[in-house]
Design a protein around this ligand. Structure first.
Ligand code: EPZ
Length: 429
């Protein structure tokens, strides 16, 4: 398995262009099932997760074509006919969000058999809210042998659905199903993440009638068919926040382009409070830190527009070298501190009790071998490695490849010494 080696202590100077958002792209790809005409997605990130979903969609009858032209990387999804409504365990297990094909399959064909995704390293992550939403839309749901069997032979019917907790996935999934339902659906206590709004804009370009995405009440008036469209995926706010933290950690000046600072305002406020300069502009944001040690600040993760749980591990890495004690509260997932023992291997001083971690800043970290069990935890180790003395080797790089496009290249362009060690222990780029 490939590993990433980072030689720490180099300041970052330069520019990083942010890719399209993984967590938007994979829901937009599922929308390709809803029409018999081509859906063209531009600004598509090239990631392991989009490849996994591409494999599943092909099995369901979607022609998936990746194109690189003057508009940059794009993907065309074309499903003249859905040839199978079966999403097997092997494919759903590899990428949880594949479960979100259930709603579009039901809406388009009236039936689906989709594997339950199972647990995950950051928490139990049940799909009860997704299934309740499909039932509220009139589907008959049975669970056997790890599969969801869903039926709606006469189509789905609009309903009022009030979510007991805010769920990004359940809100998106309901939207993907309700666009082709008979009548009006109202989603209350809906997630407000930018990816939701992106999905609504794409669905509306395909002829759907979705209003209120980005607020906590979304109204969807069902239509009988959707048509093809071209849609640009929004910039990845988690990639933006990750490199913002990396720049603050390593010091220097990094300009993040092709992105939106407002998507990560809660994080940028904390980076500024910690003592780095944050300079937003029309095309993104510049992060600058010269010399002075950062100060410890407290954070608590929250649903959007709060500080994203997907940025918690990275911010914790930053706090390991800050002056003072930082309290980090995780409120979204129950098991999202898997990076703590790995950061400790680099010399960080962190204690965890329940959903709260206390990080006592140390004067220096020292490189070591580390590994992580999820995507965002892995990148927090890369960030720590950028500032650690000597070499840090991050194992299980496949986690990083799921969600960070050309990470070594992007950091390397700013002067970081980051190399991929291939499986056979030879080095690349
Ligand atoms: C999305 O996951 C993201 N994934 C996650 O990013 C992100 O951490 C999360 O939203 C929160 O922002 C994708 O978009 C593919 P939720 P999702 O439903 O939709 C509970 C990454 O690294 N819940 O908002 O699965 C759930 O257990 C990933 O890119 C239920 O109880 O998150 C959690 O505690 C990791 N029942 C809370 O709700 C349900 O049916 C919020 O989860 C659904 C969720």
């Amino acid at each position: 398995m490939d590993r990433i080696a980072i030689t720490g202590g180099v300041r970052l100077e330069g520019e990083i262009a942010i890719s399209g958002a993984k967590n938007s792209a994979i829901k937009l790809m599922a929308a390709g099932l809803l029409t018999d005409e081509p859906l063209r997605l531009t600004n598509m990130p090239r990631l392991a997760d989009t490849r996994f979903l591409g494999l599943l969609l092909r099995r369901l009858g979607v022609e998936v074509t990746e194109v690189d032209d003057e508009d940059g990387p794009s993907m065309v999804l074309h499903a003249p006919e859905v040839t199978s409504a079966y999403a097997p365990y092997d494919l759903v297990r590899q990428m949880r969000a594949s479960f979100n094909v259930l709603g579009p399959l039901l809406a388009r064909t009236g039936h689906a058999k989709v594997s339950l995704p199972g647990g995950c390293s950051i928490g139990a992550r049940p799909v009860d809210l997704h299934l309740k939403a499909m039932e509220a839309l009139g589907a008959h749901i049975d669970l056997h042998e790890g599969y969801v069997y869903a039926q709606a032979p006469r189509g789905l019917t609009g309903a009022e659905i009030e979510f007991p907790i805010v769920s990004v996935g359940a809100t998106e999934h309901s939207m993907l199903a309700a666009v082709l339902a008979h009548g009006v659906t109202v989603l209350k206590n809906a997630a407000r993440e930018p990816e939701l709004e992106d999905l609504a804009i794409c669905l509306n370009a395909m002829g759907a009638k979705v209003e209120g995405a980005g607020t906590s009440t979304i109204t969807i008036t069902g239509v009988s068919r959707l048509h093809g469209a071209t849609h640009a995926v929004i910039p990845d706010r988690i990639e933006t926040g990750t490199y913002a933290v990396a720049a603050a950690m390593a010091g220097g000046e990094v300009r993040l382009t092709k992105t939106r600072a407002d998507f990560i305002q809660a994080l940028l406020d904390k980076i500024e409070e910690a003592g780095a300069d944050v300079i937003p502009n029309n095309d993104g944001v510049t992060i600058r830190r010269n010399g002075a040690r950062l100060k410890a600040v407290d954070i608590e993760t929250d649903v959007y527009p709060g500080l994203a749980t997907d940025l918690q591990a990275q911010f914790m890495a930053l706090m390991t070298l800050a002056e003072g004690e930082s309290v980090i509260r995780e409120t979204i997932f129950e098991n999202r501190f898997m990076h703590v023992p790995e950061l400790a291997r680099l010399g960080a001083d962190i204690s965890v009790q329940g959903g709260e971690a206390r990080v006592r800043g140390v004067p220096a970290l020292d490189g070591a071998q580390v590994m992580a069990t999820d995507l965002r935890a892995s990148v927090s180790l890369v960030i720590a490695g950028l500032a650690a003395r000597g070499e840090t080797v991050v194992n299980r790089v496949y986690h990083l490849d799921r969600g960070f496009e050309r990470l070594e290249e992007k950091l390397g362009a700013c002067g970081a010494i980051v190399r991929r060690l291939k499986d056979d222990r030879t080095e690349e780029g």
